[in-house]
Design a protein around this ligand. Structure first.
Ligand SMILES: C[S@@+](CC[C@H](N)C(=O)[O-])C[C@H]1O[C@@H](n2cnc3c(N)ncnc32)[C@H](O)[C@@H]1O
Length: 269
């Protein structure tokens, strides 16, 4: 097995996430769930799937890697047996801990998944969640987080993993109009603390998402997409992404997979 500690290029003590979620609500107004009249949360498809999985495993122990301020924890906290939330950014960790950690059934730790594995050998989870994390980390860290997911799952466990989607894979920075090479993206993503263009944002294609999951030995049970561009915003988003509007009209800008432990690819054994 290759090294699985994702602390190597994500230094927990000094890792900072270059956003405070302040503009999130306004950003989400550009998208629709395509459910009902579309007036609800554009991420409803994904959030209701999370609710469903948690309620199907009511006594489960639940892990979220990169829990941020606890948006997902708020949905599942009363549906599962116990909760561990991991968050490397200190300010986000502290806010989440203050809101959720009860010192017993719900624990919030300032940690990456690799650090958690090293300090809690033998701990496994029935449900593992990685929501909107993979697109913001270097590609090597993404691969290691996914291998950690496989390692942390119980044999019957399931993981729900959500990230970005575009028609082809692209590497970008939040406030830059340009696209970058994978090498440039990785250099920028590793240089946290100096994110003058905002967050690093990797847009996965459906194929590249499937590839990183398979590479980590995760087998897909179910895939879905969500957060479609509102028709009146289509031209604007297409020109910002330099794409033909037709290519993205019916494409969810986010995607999720429900996975379980599969075979480890022979190249990694
Ligand atoms: C877009 S937020 C998502 C928060 C939450 N999962 C949600 O869906 O609302 C991404 C989070 O991933 C965290 N993160 C960044 N690098 C990470 C890593 N290597 N391991 C775990 N979490 C990480 C960030 O600090 C941030 O809180």
């Amino acid at each position: 097995m290759p090294e699985r500690n994702n602390g190597a290029d994500t230094k927990t003590q000094s890792y900072t996430y270059a956003d405070n979620d302040g503009g999130l609500y306004a950003w989400l107004q550009n998208f629709t769930s395509r459910i009902g009249d579309g007036a609800g949360d554009p991420e409803e498809e994904f959030l209701s799937l999370v609710r469903l999985v948690a309620n199907c495993k009511p006594n489960s122990n639940f892990l979220e890697i990169g829990c941020g301020f606890g948006r997902i924890l708020r949905i599942i906290e009363h549906s599962v047996g116990s909760v561990v939330g991991l968050e490397p950014d200190f300010e986000r960790f502290r806010a989440c801990r203050d809101d959720f950690d009860d010192g017993d059934r719900i624990r919030i730790l300032q940690s990456t998944s690799g650090e958690y594995i090293d300090s809690h050998p033998g701990h496994h989870f029935d449900i593992v969640m990685v929501s909107m994390v993979l697109q913001h980390v270097p590609t090597g860290t993404c691969d290691r987080i996914l291998r950690d997911v496989r390692h942390l799952l119980t044999p019957e466990g399931v993981a729900v993993i959500a990230t970005t989607q575009q028609e082809i894979e692209r590497f970008a920075f939040q406030w830059s109009p340009d696209f970058y090479s994978e090498e440039e993206f990785n250099r920028y993503a590793m240089d946290f603390g100096n994110h003058e263009w905002g967050l690093p944002v990797r847009a996965f294609s459906k194929a590249s998402f499937r590839r990183v999951l398979e590479l980590a030995g995760l087998s897909m049970i179910h895939w879905g997409q969500f957060s479609y561009i509102r028709p009146e915003k289509l031209e604007w988003v297409a020109s910002a992404f330099h794409v033909d509007p037709e290519a993205i009209r019916d494409l969810g800008t986010s995607q999720y997979a429900v996975v379980r432990r599969g075979a480890i690819p022979s190249a990694l054994r």
